[in-house]
Design a protein around this ligand. Sequence first.
Ligand code: M6R
Length: 607
Amino acid sequence: MCGIVGYIGNKTAAPILINGLKKLEYRGYDSAGVAILGNDNLKVLKYKGRLSNLEEKVCELTPEGNIGIGHTRWATHGEPNDLNSHPHMSKSGNIAVVHNGIIENYLEIKEFLESKGYEFISETDSEVVGHLVEYNYKGDLVKAVIDCLNEIEGSYALGVICTDCPDMFVAARKDSPLIVGLGDGENYIASDIPAILEYTRDVYILDDKEIVSLTGDKVTVFNNYGIEIQKDVFKVTWDVASAEKSGYEHFMMKEMCEEPKAVRDTINPRIKDGNIVLDNIKLTDEDVKNIDKIYIVACGTAYHAGVVAKYIIEKTAKIPVEVDVASEFRYRDPLVTDRHLVIIISQSGETLDTLFALRESKKKGARVLSIVNVVGSSISRDSDDVLYTWAGPEIAVASTKAYNTQLAALYLVTLELAKKKGLLETEQYKKAVEELSKISDAIEDVLENKEVIQKFAAQHCNAKSIFFIGRGLDYALSMEGSLKLKEISYIHSEAYAGGELKHGTIALIEEGTLVICPMTQDSLMDKMISNIKEVKARGATVMAIAKESNKHVYKAADVVVTIPDVDSFIAPIVAVTPLQLFAYYMALEKGCDVDKPRNLAKSVTVE
Ligand code: M6R
């Protein structure tokens, strides 16, 4: 949530900040602002609404200066308005601060500062930071920031500039992401790599409680005791285009079209001579045999990938699996021990609840294997083992290619666990690996036939409520289909297990209610057809997603979207794509902002 960016060098800071914020807008988009330092003069511009409002003002007022910090906000404390927008100023107006995260003890600090004569003008938690830095400032900005951070509880990524220090600025992080971009005579900070990729590929990935001072020529990193530390330079290898729309109307469509490649990149390099080789994962056969139980912990879409994994791991590797939403897991004192494997799933690798669930699991002695998309992210660094999904940057708030690749990675892990436990015959294993390596072609087919879905969405975009029902793996898929629809089209929707609907919710089915049925599980086909009959008897219109050869579905559903005939076991990797396309076209028909849905942000770094 919230994106921050900072620049110091010999160029005009404002356009660089605006450019960076554009790349970070996916992190929050209810207001935006910049603070620019030039000729000892600190100029702050900040406005409610989309970044374009700020950009217009910056073009009009052309603030001069070679040092600046910028922010794009996702409101937590205080409604989105000009005053609550960042940067926030200190009492004297000499210090400006941008903040991503939550200062949990801000009320206490505020009370203290008020007793010292400080006045607050916003409703935010972040405003305390500028005042507290000023209160601690005795001529050394780094020290003042460290002293301030010692008082603060909660999470932060910060950028701090001060009129007394016209040749430097300070940044810091704890539990919110922040990187430093290393340029030639200029340096940057940003919440994420795309913001600075146009200028440099060399970055420092800051760790928790690290503080950094930046001048045009020098970047110095300190620990929280103010002791200088050395950091390794991380070289970004992906290109700028992967974080651009590249001619697509929306990132979401671009990212769905990238699914075949993303899945291929996640699976194929890990298959060597017909065997799965999972990077550096150090789980031995003995380790696997000693796993009593697996906990899978994640949020949102990543959680739904975990639900699929529960079905496939239990069936194939015969290990009991519990799937948990991270925000519940971390507070329910789960019975995790050193005989358990915890699988963490996260696209961003920065989701705060997921990160804390990981730390909780490690504290209890579990081994943690993470499935993460962002290299060097907090979750990847805190895990015992990491399996990267090679989806490339995902910018649209609605997760698409990340989900397909998370599934791909989870299938690899499942087969590996089953093999290590000696549960798969050589032929069975070989066939499963072969099927998996061909799955991308099937997604390509689905993407080539998207018009059926587009047409169906155009006919039904006025639906008020939509149900997704499925059985087995299709139930897990239904959850994801329903979330996708809700988050970008704002249509109410629920996912139900096919057999569960009649235990209450079928009361909501009436003439014209839309019901979407993923039906990829051969063994559950007859049961699903009965469920379709039940809802149709009450007036529902049904769209099914089924394999080409499944002729029975045509007799039951009103519309059938077909996917190629893949093995039922791996069908979710393909069958999710029509559900994503359906949500996309529904949102488009309704005129919604597909890439930046209301109230949401891409990276959820607050609880
Ligand atoms: O980055 P993560 O995978 O940890 O994010 C978890 C959820 O916030 C995320 O999957 C969210 O549900 C999606 N944006 C939904 O499309």
